[in-house]
Design a protein around this ligand. Structure first.
Ligand code: SF4
Length: 303
């Protein structure tokens, strides 16, 4: 588990804003919307609604995480960079003026946090290419770019993603609502499988077979596979598949990105610090057991 997040595949979450608009079946039970409305009393969902934004104290948090990462390279001996997921309470590429403005502030934070790798996840990858900063070719060496795909109807999102240069291209197969046999894993380095969690969680018949099929396809294609959880009321409930915890990360051979012209595409960098589990390929690092959950943890991913 991360340092200040309940999301098992990252160390921190950082939200540029709160609020979004639902665009596909995976959004039906959006945790971020429910939390915003029921716990925070905010009416911030929908295209015409305002978004919640934050002040300097909030925006300074990644600077502190960066300092810690500088003191503790290879966080907790896991042999991978310190990771920050942005954003769990909005979609970073939503077509909304406030999100567009707050996203621009994120690039400067990423520039000022060289010890951090940033996981940017969206359901709107078609909006990424025209909204990148001028120095993307430098920044992208520390960017893990992901898209959420809940079923085969949305595999086209992956095609939009892989056309953009990034350190890692990843798929969040969560909430898994249908098979992803049509997903081409070429140029994908990481797949996260997650059943839906929350009081209205959906557990479609066949989800185990979809999880197994993706596990096996990833093994064949040398893609890191992270089984987050089964469909369940609570997050982090049912974290094994066929009795095994499978939580792999793509590997990077350095925390200091090489100059952009030397970057292969796709990139898979840095050597193993941890022994691979028997099902891992040599370039994959496993994480057998999650760490402690911290107070103030925030739940599931939004996009
Ligand atoms: S935050 Fe994510 S899950 Fe929620 S409405 Fe937006 S895109 Fe959908």
């Amino acid at each position: 588990m991360g340092q200040n997040t309940a999301i098992a595949w990252t160390d921190h979450t950082f939200n540029v804003a709160w609020g979004c608009t639902k665009i596909s079946p995976g959004c039906a039970h959006c945790y971020a919307e429910t939390f915003s409305r029921e716990r925070a009393g905010l009416d911030i969902w929908g295209p015409g609604k305002a978004r919640r934004t934050f002040g300097p104290k909030h925006w300074s948090m990644p600077i502190a995480w960066n300092a810690r990462a500088g003191r503790e390279p290879g966080l907790l001996g896991r042999g991978r960079p310190h990771l920050v997921f942005s954003s769990s309470m909005c979609d970073l590429w939503e077509d909304h003026p406030t999100i567009d403005a707050e996203r621009e502030k994120l690039w400067d934070i990423i520039r000022r946090t060289p010890n951090l790798h940033w996981q940017l996840l969206t359901k709107r990858p078609e909006r990424i290419a025209e909204r990148l900063p001028e120095d993307w070719e430098t920044l992208c060496a520390r960017i893990w770019l992901g898209t959420s795909i809940e079923s085969g109807d949305y595999v086209g999102r992956a095609n939009r993603l892989i056309g953009i240069r990034a350190a890692v291209h990843f798929i969040s197969y969560e909430p898994a609502l249908g098979p992803l046999d049509a997903l081409d894993l070429t140029h994908i380095e990481w797949v996260i499988f997650g059943g839906e969690s929350g009081p209205k969680f959906r557990a479609p018949a066949g989800w185990q077979s979809w999880a197994r099929a993706m596990r096996d396809r990833c093994a064949d294609a040398d893609v890191a596979y992270f089984f987050k959880q089964s469909p369940a009321f609570y997050t982090e409930l049912g974290t094994t598949l066929d009795g095994r915890t499978i939580r792999k990360f793509p590997t990077l051979d350095t925390m200091v990105p090489p100059s952009p012209p030397s970057l292969p595409s796709p990139q898979v960098l840095f050597p193993l610090d941890n022994p691979p589990s028997p099902v891992l390929s040599p370039r994959l690092v496993g994480r057998a057991t999650p760490g402690p959950r911290l107070r103030g943890a925030r739940g599931r991913s939004g996009p």
